[in-house]
Design a protein around this ligand. Sequence first.
Ligand code: EPU
Length: 355
Amino acid sequence: MILERDVPLQTYNSFGIQAKAHRLVRIRNEADWLAVLAEPALAPFPRLVLGGGSNIVLTGDVSALVLKVEIAGRRLAEETPKHWIVEAGAGENWHHFVEWTLDQGWPGLENLALIPGSVGATPVQNVGAYGVELQDRFHSLDAVRLDDGTSFTLDAAQCAFGYRDSVFKHQAPLNANGQVEGFGLAGRCLITRVRFALPKSWRAEISYLELQRLAQEQGVSQPTAQQVFDWVCSIRRAKLPDPAVLGNAGSFFKNPTVSAEQCADIIAREPNIVHYPMPDGRIKLAAGWLIDACGWKGKTIGHAGVYERQALVLVNRGGRDNPATGGEVMTLARAIQTSVYERFGILLEPEPVVV
Ligand code: EPU
């Protein structure tokens, strides 16, 4: 275990925000974490687990001990009659892992191609795109507790997945004695390995409108996984900025849900609003549409801006040399929240973790 000091974090967050970690340790296996725990000088510091840095806004230098997860490895963990159970280290790049599974002949993750970030971060927000959510392909994960280094395994039910949500995003309440009590693992563990159950009876998931359109254009009714992968990559490249070129953290806000009555009320005022009924009777609204309707597309505050082709994505317009600060990104985010609230009565909830 090597403790690094004053480590620049600009290349470790997809916004490209400049900030330093006063103390950083690279975690390449469970033993690295046990070594940190055994070091009394590091005990006083709170911990910040950093994966691919694709869902984080840094608002200043980080005084917590940064645990940079670099656990590598990918393998077929098990083959059952119905599934290939494929495992990846938390530090593996997500998109490269998806490509690798397809190369091996194990389809199932193709709709989640090009999502930036690391494998270990994907269960935290239950990433989803183009008709597939991580929970649809998830098998189990291994993690270590940050307080005593104990390893444990969780299945899908224990991860409590929801829309861009999981047990890892919830803070467990403390009881009167200051002990953790109840649901929530936020800030309490580090995910080390994730396993996926990839179905042998694979069927292409192309119900998403833009995929259907591509299938029709190309006259393909039963695409291969590689074709779906290529289509998803082309749709994403057309409307989402590549963080290597223009810093961003993907969708900055979750798509909000409202009751059917609230939605009817909004439709009466805004007949064109994009809305999708959900199985539970609530209605999901497109946050990108709400932000766009408030005139934010292409707007800039300081060096932070709203992407021209998708209003849900905030971008760093200052590049590497003159990047947006986390403060500018958050000022822009709050201004957007205020105008959407004033016009629609809906409070947008940010997706990234603000540090
Ligand atoms: N829209 C606008 N203006 C905009 C943006 C969107 O009018 O500036 C409209 C679109 O025309 C469309 C609707 O809003 O009718 C929804 O837009 P889109 O299909 O692009 O999907 P999204 O709701 O913006 C979600 C995920 C994305 C995921 C796509 C595809 C969230 C917060 N975002 O975006 O995830 O790739 O669906 O499945 O759920 C991410 O989380 O980082 C991410 C990119």
